[in-house]
Structures are given as C-alpha cells and as structure tokens.
Ligand binder design. Sequence first.
Ligand code: NAD
Length: 308
Amino acid sequence: MRNKISIIGAGFVGATAAHWCAVKELGDVVLVDIVDGMPQGKALDLLEAGPIEGYDLHIVGTNNYADTAGSDIIVITAGLPRQPGMTREDLVGVNAKIVRDVIESVMLHSPNAIMILVTNPLDTMLYLAKKVTGWPRERVIGQAGVLDSARMRAFMAMELDVSVENTHAFVMGGHGDEMVPLARYSTVAGIPITQLLPPDRVEAIIDRTRKGGGEIVSLLKKGSAFFAPSAATMQMVEAILKDRKMILPCSVYLEGEYGLNDICFGVPVKLGRSGVEQIIEVDLTDDERSAMERSAALVRSSMAALTI
Ligand SMILES: NC(=O)c1ccc[n+]([C@@H]2O[C@H](COP(=O)([O-])OP(=O)(O)OC[C@H]3O[C@@H](n4cnc5c(N)ncnc54)[C@H](O)[C@@H]3O)[C@@H](O)[C@H]2O)c1
C-alpha cells in the first residue's frame, strides 16, 4: 500500500509540492483546486513525466474532495499569496474563509490524516485549522520554519563559501517579519556562526532571513516564493511518512511551552509517523526571549482578525 498525499490548492506552491512528492516517490498524489480542469491538467502532466523520471505513482487532479478520502497527509496551500507591498498578515480575511471551507471538506473524508498548513498568514491559519478540526495538536502542523531556516542556511553558505550541507540554522517564532533567527544555535560544521563571522555580517544574514519572503515577492512582482516553500513542506511530509524522527522547526499549537499558551508558533519539534512527537525547548537569553515575545505579539494581532 502506498501512502496517499492530498494537496489542496494546485497553484504555484501546491503543484510544485506535487512535483517534489513524485520525484521523491513519497506516495500517490491527489491535487485539488476550485478551478475546473487546472488540477486535472497539472496532475496529468506530472503523471506523464513518470516514464522519464521513473516513478510509478497514481497522480490525479480533481475538484471533488471525495477523491481525497483516506489520505495519510493533507497539505493545504489553497489561498491567495501576497503581492508587493503586502504583509502576510494582510491576507488573513480572505484566506481564513478559504482555509475554513477547505478544512471542513477534507476532515470529513480523512479524519485520521496529518494536516500540514502552508497558507499565509501561516500561524493564524494553523490556529484556525486547530480550532475548526478539533484534532490533537500532534496532527495539525504548520510549515514555515523549515523554509525560513533553509533561507538562512543558503545565506550562511554563500557568506562563508561552504557547502549548504555543512550548515544548520535555527529559526523560531511566527512566520512574519518578526521571526526569530537564533545565531547562537546556527552553525557551520557544528561551529556557531557567531564564532565564524563578525557581528555585522551575522546581523546581515539575520535581516535577510527575516525579509527573505519579501525579497522574492518584490523580485517576482506577482505572487510569492514556491520552490523552497514546497520543498520545505515535502521535507516535513517525508519526515512523517518515513517516521524519521527529524527535528525541524514547525508551527504548532502551544500549551505553555516557551511561556506561550493558545497560539500557534514556530518551535523545534520531532516529526515522526504520528506527527509532532515532541516539542523541544531550548534555553533562551533575555534578548532572545524578548524577540519571541515581539513575534508572538505580531501573530496575536493577526489572530485577532479571526472569527472562529
Ligand atoms: N508557509 C509558507 O512558508 C508559505 C510560503 C509560500 C507561500 N505560502 C502561502 O501559500 C499560499 C499559496 O501560494 P501560491 O503561490 O501557491 O498561490 P497560488 O495563487 O499560485 O495558488 C493558490 C491556489 O489556491 C486555489 N484556491 C483558492 N481557493 C480555493 C478553495 N476554496 N479550494 C481549493 N483551492 C483554492 C487557487 O485556485 C490557486 O490555484 C498563499 O497563501 C501563500 O502566501 C506560504
């Protein structure tokens, strides 16, 4: 039996996620969108790449949630991306309605799935998903930190002219411009970057990481990043389906961890076959804790616009 992965929203992030899913042979893919014919066309196109790439998977596109029945994983990318000049938080009204509709449909057909949210504003949409599903927090997870850490790793590797494989980055907090990249815990070959670079270069990496999404939005001029966001999402899917026990920064519903309650927020977690298997708490300095509080305040201000 192959795993079944349903991806809701067959736009840039969703379709590219389906592509990574196929090349990594993570399981059969169901691509869902409200636009008639578009998910069917993209799924057929991806299926037809199978003979070249050598994957034997069922890949279908649909507008009907019945086709998602019995999914192991549901990835939600449906919703508007931001445009130049917009913050992620500006999307809350329009995307809350879309995400609620999607969740109410998928949960009927796959009550035991693990749900991964991608739609922005990420932590707020995850909070909505947690409340609407009523599922345990272990099975409702948000993708943001894997992407933000990958961006930081890319910038570290460029700065030090080393392999990306030597890098490890630690980005916590909400998926907004107040995210919390922790230089002290970000390393190259195990050495903290604070020992490898002068403070101004470390600060430049942190600043570029925080603004990483906006940098791409302003270059594209229409829509937002999708290669790295979808790759990050599929790393989470892979960690879960292969029960890898990988420690990755993900958004989860907090119940007192890091002094935060009733909020979805990015923290390091262990991902395995049952979803979030552990939330890891690390020591923070006073400055780092203040940065977490500023980030939480931004998430809470966007949550205030939700009606649940
Ligand atoms: N969490 C992250 O790190 C991260 C990174 C990048 C993008 N995003 C977010 O992901 C979302 C998708 O981005 P994108 O670039 O793929 O946008 P996109 O516009 O290319 O795709 C969104 C798709 O959602 C579909 N859709 C809209 N309403 C729907 C509904 N009710 N049911 C099913 N499908 C519906 C649209 O038809 C469209 O195809 C955006 O909210 C974006 O901000 C998050």
